[in-house]
Design a protein around this ligand. Structure first.
Ligand code: PLP
Ligand code: LYS
Length: 381
């Protein structure tokens, strides 16, 4: 399906983020149907993209919200997510953020350490409340993704290491203002080897048995997010294979009667619906390299600079014969490079060049470095 562009593209200033809400709707519908087939609840990870029109559509599809800051909790509530569909994760929740979530009576805190558990207990007690908590465990499963976005290994800062679990459970038994409702794991992002989720399901089954042997029931299992998308050939997989993903947990998790399973997808739901649209400012040729210098840079899309990740680059204006370009932004950093030796049709000043699969962790991670303006968001579909 060709990229849907705004009717006023020729006069619209670049760079801007373009979101295809029709594609988002199809993606959410596919995820909803696959999740429902296995009776799994989806909490959308707001960190991937928290723009109001996107949240509105996610909320309309019946998903909950997975938040990682007090402001995300507030944004979810303001966007119409019911408090009992909101979870709050994060390794460093501040007292003010915990209080805000307690006062909103959100569904659950995903707790990442013993000290955090004690603080939630104390703050809940001071308000005459009992907070529902899930323990985020570090299952030591390798997500086989970029090391910067691997979160489930013992060396990572996230979650409670299994060696510390007995101590944390003992503490839990002594705290009157927290109620354990389940366990939570999240091992990383942009996971494309789905056998990783099979390993994870097996590990969650083992963890569940550990709790059961101690007489501790777990009404909820939250297996986190992480399903990856196709950055190389987005058009081949605009909608991820949700049936396969949910099928793994549906098939392999050893669910107890009445137990609820949750996932927290971010990227897989919103990545393909977003595109960063830019224009070529200059083509600069030296003996060694031909640079296409865009008006979008790492301030709009930092993923290539941060994780050496690739977003497919397309010149929508030119039909010329292909040449190789280093595609770069205008920012004062050498890492402000979107791709090296990229084959593009002959490219000229003013051509419209897009970076695909930018709906997740794109606009939300933008910055004002070099005093850059915030790129606009445009919605079609
Ligand atoms: C705790 C937690 N849940 C969910 C997500 C969403 O992950 P993804 O966008 O890879 O689905 C993240 C981010 O990696 C996370 O840290
Ligand atoms: N922001 C990262 C992923 C980290 C997700 C949050 N734990 C990305 O762009 O790929």
């Amino acid at each position: 399906m060709p990229l849907q562009l705004p009717a006023d593209l020729s006069t619209r200033p670049t760079p801007f983020y373009l979101y295809d809400l029709a594609l988002l709707g199809r993606t959410l519908e596919a995820a909803r149907a696959a999740a429902q087939a296995h009776d799994i609840q989806v909490h959308y990870a707001l960190k991937a993209n928290s723009n109001a029109p996107i949240l509105a559509l996610v909320q309309q599809h019946g998903f909950g919200a997975d938040c990682v800051s007090g402001n995300e909790v507030q944004r979810a509530l303001d966007s119409g997510f019911a408090p009992d569909h909101v979870v709050f994760a994060g390794v460093g929740k501040s007292d003010a953020e915990i209080i805000r979530a307690l006062d909103a009576d959100i569904w659950c805190f995903n707790v990442e350490s013993a000290p955090e558990l004690a603080v939630i207990d104390e703050l809940a007690g001071a308000r005459g409340r009992r907070a529902r908590v899930a323990l985020r465990l570090n299952p030591n499963v390798d997500a086989r993704t970029h090391h910067y976005i691997t979160t489930g290994l013992e060396a990572n800062k996230f979650g409670i290491n299994l060696a510390d679990l007995p101590q944390v459970v003992e503490l839990l038994g002594r705290l009157p203002h927290v109620e354990l409702v389940g366990l939570h794991v999240h091992i990383g992002s942009q996971i494309t080897d789905l056998s990783v989720f099979e390993t994870l399901a097996g590990r969650v089954n083992e963890l569940q048995q550990w709790f059961e042997h101690r007489g501790i029931p777990l009404p909820h299992l939250n297996v986190g997010g992480g399903l990856g998308v196709d950055y190389q050939e987005p058009d081949a997989h605009l909608v991820p294979d949700f049936a396969r993903y949910f099928g793994i947990f549906g098939r392999l998790l050893q669910r107890r009667p009445g137990q609820q399973v949750h996932v927290e997808l971010g990227r897989a739901l919103v990545a393909q619906c977003g595109t960063l649209v830019s224009r070529v400012l200059y083509v600069k040729e030296s003996q060694q390299t031909r640079f296409a210098i865009l008006d979008a840079g790492m301030t709009e899309l930092i993923r290539p600079a941060l994780y050496q990740s690739y977003h497919r680059i397309e010149n929508l204006t030119s039909q010329g014969s292909e040449r190789l370009y280093d595609v770069v932004g205008p920012i004062c950093e050498s890492s402000d490079t979107f791709g090296r030796q990229v084959a593009l049709p002959e490219t000229r000043r003013g051509d419209v060049v897009v970076l695909r699969t930018a709906g997740a962790y794109g606009e939300v991670m933008s910055s004002h470095y070099n005093l850059r303006d915030q790129a606009a968001a445009v919605y079609v579909g």
